[in-house]
Design a protein around this ligand. Structure first.
Ligand code: C2E
Ligand code: MG
Ligand code: MG
Length: 566
C-alpha cells in the first residue's frame, strides 16, 4: 500500500517534470520558429507569437481570448472550423481577415499541445497569400485577357463548343461575330500604346453594351474581338450588328484626343455556315474582311462565295510565307514627275502579289496583315533586294539613273541591324546608294527611338534619302519634321482628289506646301488623276507629282521605255 503510494508520487513527480521539460522545449521551438503560431482550445485563442501578430497586423490584446473564427471570412467559416477541430496531420489553408481588412491566406498545420495541464491545439502558419494570388492570376490569365478582363480565345472557343452542343440538342441556332477595329494600328502607332490600351478598354465596354447578358464577348488578339450570340438567328444578329455600328459613330475622348474608332464586323451562323467552332470563326473572319473592303463601320453575313473570292486571316499568314518562298511577288514602278517641266525625276516601287487562285492581291490588303508579324521584314528584304537589282538592270541597259523610292514599314526601321542589311544589299548589287530612296509613313511611331533617329542620319550620310509618305493621314508634329533628317514630304492622295474644285483640300494642301517649303523640304503630291488637279498643284508651287494621270504603276520591262534618254 505504502509502496504503491510512493510509486504513485514518484510517477506524479516524473510526469510533471516531463511536462515541464516538454513545455520548455516547446517554448524554445515557438521562439525559434519562423512560422506564425497560435494556440487555441476549441477555437478560443490562448496564445499567439510575435510572427503571427506581424503577419496579421493585430495586437495580442485584440486576439487572445477571442474565437479564431471571428477572423475568418464568411464563406470560409465552416471549412476552417472543421480543419481547426479535426487535428489531422494534413496541412490546410485558412483565409482570414487582416487588421487592415484585406485577406490573408495561411498554410496551417495543427498538433495537440499540453497547455496548463490541458491538451489544446497548436497551429503553425505560413503566409502564402502572395504565391496563392500569383497562382490564381496565372490560372485567370489562362482564360482571360489581362487588359480588358474579357475572356480570351481559349475560353471563347470553349464556350462556343458548349453553345453548339446545346444548340444541336435544342435544334436552335447561334451566331458568331468577328469584330476588328478599323485603323487601330495607326492610332496606336501615332498616339502611343498607353492611349491605344485605354482605347481598347473603352472599345470593349461599348461592345459589351451592345449585347445581352447571355451573350459572350471576348478579346482574341490585339484589336480583334469575338461575340457569341446564343440561341440567335439572322434577325437578332442583324439587330446586334446594327447596334454595334451605331455605338461607334460617336468619337472617344481620350487624354485630350478626340478619336473616331469604328469596327468592321463579320457574322457566321450555326449550323448553316459551319458545324465546327473553327469553321464558324474562320467564316466570320472572312465576312469581316469583306465588310472592311466595303467600307468602315459596317457588317456582313458570311456567304459561301466569299471563301472563293477572298482570303482570311487564318490562312493568309501561311499563304504569305509560301508566297515569299515561291516568289509570287513582283514590283511595279510608277513615275514621279517634276511638275514645272514634266520630266520624270524618279520612280516608286509598289509590290504586287500574284496569288495562284485569287489573282492579283492589293498591297493595301496584305501589307497590314504582314505588318502584324515578322513577315513584313521578309517582304521588306525581298522588296529592297529586287528594287536594287532593278536599278542595276536599268543601269546595265544604259537607261537614265533615276532615283527609286521603296516603301518601308516602321517595323523595318526598328530592327537594330537595319543599316547593315541595307548596306549589304547595296554593296552586293553594286548600285549607287544615291539612287535609293526610302518612304516611310509612321514617323511618330519611330520618334521616341534614338537608334532609329541615328539610323536616319547614317542613311543620309550614305546618300540614301528618307521621305515621308501619306502626309496628313497620321499624326506628325512639326517637331518630328524638324528633328528627323527628312528630304521630301508626300501629300496623301485623299487631299489631292478634286483639288481643283474642293476648297477644303485646297486649303490643306496649300498649307502643307508652304510649311514644307518653310522647313526646306520638297513636296510631292500622290494620286494625281486629271490635268486639272495637276495644274492646280503646279499653281500652288508643288514640286513633284505622281498618279494615274502620268502613268499607272507598271512592270519594270513596261516602264523602261520612259527611262531612255530623250
Ligand atoms: P503608297 O506608298 O502611298 O502608294 C501609293 C498608292 O497609290 C499605290 O497603291 C498606287 O498604286 C496608288 N496610286 C498611284 N497613283 C494613283 C492615282 O492616281 N489614284 C489613285 N487612286 N491611286 C493611285 P498600291 O500600289 O495599291 O499600294 C498601296 C499601299 O501599300 C502603298 O501606299 C504602300 O503604303 C503599301 N505598299 C506598296 N508596296 C509596298 C512595299 O513594297 N512595302 C511596304 N511596306 N508597303 C508597300
Ligand atoms: Mg509610298
Ligand atoms: Mg502614299
Amino acid at each position: 500500500m505504502v509502496n504503491k503510494n510512493n510509486d504513485d508520487r514518484i510517477e506524479q513527480v516524473d510526469r510533471s517534470k516531463v511536462r515541464e521539460e516538454v513545455q520548455l522545449q516547446l517554448e524554445e521551438i515557438i521562439k525559434n520558429s519562423s512560422d506564425g503560431i497560435f494556440i487555441h482550445d476549441q477555437g478560443t485563442i490562448l496564445e499567439v507569437d510575435q510572427t503571427f501578430l506581424t503577419m496579421t497586423g493585430y495586437t495580442e490584446e485584440e486576439v487572445v481570448g477571442r474565437n479564431f473564427l471571428d477572423f475568418i471570412t464568411d464563406e470560409h467559416q465552416e471549412k476552417t472550423k472543421n480543419d481547426l477541430l479535426s487535428l489531422s496531420d494534413d496541412s490546410f489553408e485558412i483565409t482570414g481577415i487582416k487588421r487592415d481588412g484585406t485577406d490573408i491566406i495561411l498554410r496551417a498545420k495543427s498538433s495537440s499541445f499540453p497547455y496548463q495541464g490541458e491538451d489544446v491545439a497548436i497551429v503553425f502558419v505560413q503566409n502564402v497569400t502572395q504565391s496563392k494570388q500569383k497562382e490564381e492570376k496565372i490560372s485567370y490569365l489562362a482564360y482571360h485577357d489581362e487588359l480588358t478582363g474579357l475572356p480570351n480565345r481559349t475560353l471563347f472557343n470553349h464556350r462556343l463548343n458548349l453553345a453548339m452542343t446545346y444548340a444541336q440538342l435544342k435544334n436552335s441556332s447561334l451566331a458568331v461575330m468577328f469584330c476588328d477595329c478599323d485603323g487601330f494600328k495607326k492610332i496606336n502607332d501615332t498616339l502611343g500604346h498607353k492611349v491605344g490600351d485605354l482605347l481598347l478598354i473603352e472599345f470593349s465596354k461599348r461592345l459589351k453594351n451592345c449585347i445581352g447578358e447571355h451573350d459572350a464577348l471576348s478579346r482574341i488578339s490585339g484589336d480583334e474581338f469575338t461575340i457569341l450570340l446564343s440561341d440567335t438567328g439572322k434577325e437578332r444578329a442583324k439587330e446586334v450588328a446594327t447596334k454595334i455600328s451605331h455605338a461607334f459613330t460617336e468619337p472617344f475622348e481620350m487624354e485630350g484626343h478626340t478619336i473616331y474608332l469604328t469596327t468592321s464586323t463579320g457574322i457566321s451562323l450555326y449550323p448553316s455556315d459551319g458545324e465546327s467552332g473553327e469553321s464558324l470563326m474562320k467564316n466570320a473572319d472572312t465576312a469581316m474582311y469583306q465588310a472592311k473592303r466595303k467600307g468602315k463601320n459596317g457588317y456582313m453575313f458570311y456567304e459561301t462565295e466569299m471563301s472563293h473570292k477572298s482570303f482570311n486571316h487564318f490562312t493568309l499568314e501561311n499563304e504569305l510565307r509560301t508566297a515569299i518562298e515561291r516568289e509570287d511577288f513582283f514590283l511595279c514602278y510608277q513615275p514621279q514627275i517634276y511638275l514645272k517641266t514634266g520630266e520624270i525625276v524618279g520612280l516608286e516601287a509598289l509590290i504586287r502579289w500574284e496569288h495562284p487562285e485569287l489573282g492579283l492581291v492589293s498591297p493595301a490588303d496584305f501589307i497590314p496583315i504582314a505588318e502584324k508579324s515578322e513577315l513584313i521584314l521578309l517582304i521588306g528584304e525581298w522588296v529592297l533586294k529586287t528594287a536594287c537589282l532593278q536599278i542595276r538592270t536599268w543601269q546595265e541597259k544604259g537607261l537614265r539613273p533615276l532615283k527609286l523610292s521603296i516603301n518601308f514599314s516602321a517595323k523595318q526601321f526598328q530592327q537594330p541591324d537595319i543599316i547593315n542589311k541595307i548596306n549589304h544589299v547595296v554593296t552586293e548589287t553594286k548600285i549607287d546608294p544615291q539612287q535609293l530612296v526610302i518612304e516611310v509613313t509612321e514617323l511618330a511611331a519611330l520618334s521616341d527611338d534614338e537608334e532609329v533617329f541615328s539610323a536616319f542620319h547614317t542613311l543620309l550620310n550614305m546618300g540614301i534619302k528618307v521621305n515621308i509618305d501619306d502626309f496628313g493621314t497620321g499624326y506628325c508634329s512639326f517637331d518630328y519634321l524638324k528633328r528627323f533628317p527628312i528630304s521630301k514630304l508626300k501629300i496623301d492622295k485623299s487631299f489631292i482628289r478634286n483639288i481643283d474644285r474642293d476648297k477644303e483640300n485646297q486649303a490643306i494642301t496649300e498649307a502643307i506646301i508652304n510649311m514644307s517649303h518653310g522647313l526646306g523640304l520638297r513636296v510631292i503630291a500622290e494620286g494625281i488623276e486629271t490635268a486639272e488637279e495637276m495644274d492646280y498643284l503646279k499653281k500652288l508651287g508643288c514640286d513633284e507629282g505622281q498618279g494615274f494621270y502620268f502613268s499607272r504603276p507598271k512592270r519594270g520591262g513596261d516602264i523602261q521605255e520612259k527611262l531612255r534618254y530623250e
